[in-house]
Design a protein. Sequence first.
Lengths: 286, 68
Amino acid sequence: MEIPYTYKARPDTGLYNAKVGIWLFLASEIMLFGALFSAYILLRVTAPAGFWPDLALAWPRGLLNIPIGTFNTAVLITSSVTVVLAWASLKMNNFARFRVYMVMTVVCALAFLGIKSFEYNDKFSHYVVRLKDGKSLTGHIEVDGRHPRFWNFDDQWSVAKLTEKKIEKIKVEVDPPRDINGHVKKHEGHGSDAHPAQEVAVSDIESMGSYTPATHPFFAVYFLITALHGLHVLVGALVLAYFAFPGAKMWKSNPEQFINRIEVGGLFWHFVDLVWIFLFPVVYLL
Amino acid sequence: MSLKALHIVFVGASVVLMAFLCGWAYLAYRETQATDYLVWSLCSAASVVGLIAYGRFVLRKLRHISFL
C-alpha cells in the first residue's frame, strides 16, 4: 500500500506529510532555542552593574568582534536568498540553475562556519590574567613561545598548570584601549604599539582563565548557543549538499517529491538563519 | 506555511535587524565620533532599502506560488 500525501497535498489541509513534519520539528527547535535565549537574557539582566573583568561578576561588553558578526549575518542572509532561488529554479524546471544556487548556499554555510571557528580560536587564546596587586590584564598569551589553540585542550593554561610545568614567565599581548562596543580607539591601538607584549612572572599571578565557558557565565551561554547554532548550520549544509548531488537523482524519478524535499530543506535553513538574526543583536550588540 | 511565506518573514526580520544596526551604529558614532560607525550606519541603511526592494521582487516573482 502506498503512503498517501507524500508529495500531493492533502485536500482538507493543503499540506503534504513532510511539511507537517518539518513544522512540528521546528516548533520543538523554537522551544529549545527559546529556553537558551531566556537563560541568556536572565543572566544578562540580573548581572551586577559595571563591566567584566573590572568587576568579577558583572557582564562583559565589547568582547565579540561585531564587524565579523555583521559579515557572518550578511553571509547567512545571502544563503537564504540562494536557497529560495534554488527552489524557485526547480519550480521553473531549471535543474542546472538549481544546482548552482544550492552549491552557493553550501559555500555560504561553510564560509559561516570557517569565520565562526576563527572567532572561537581567538577566544580560546584570549586570557584574563588577574595579578596579586589587584590589577588585571586581558590579551592573547604566549607560553613557551606558543599561542594556545582551541582544538588542543592541553593548551588551556591555569596558574596551577604553569607551576606544575615549572614555567616561570608568560607573555601577555595586552589589548589596546577599546570603546564600549569593543572598537579600538583611534590613535591608541594602531601600529607597533597595538599589542604591547608584557612579560608576567607566574608568581605574580593570582588567577587566570581564557575566554571559555569555565571563566564566566557569558562565555558559557555564548558558546552553548553559538555552538548549537553552528551544529544546525553544519547539519543543514550536509543535507543541502546531499540534495544538490547524490539526492538529486530523484529529480528524474519523482520531480514533485524532489521539489517538496528542497522546500522542506529550505524551511529548516530559514529557521537556522532566523535564529542567527535574533542571536546577533542579542549577543553581539546589546 | 510555504517556503515563500517564511522567506518573506525572514526578509522582514532582516529589515528590522538592519534598521536596528543602523540606529545602533549611529548612536555609537554620536558617542565616539569614530567615522567607521557612521559608514556602518549608512551601509545598514542601504541594506534596509536593498532588502525591501528584494522582498518586493520576490513577492512579484513568486506570485503564482501559494503562501500555504
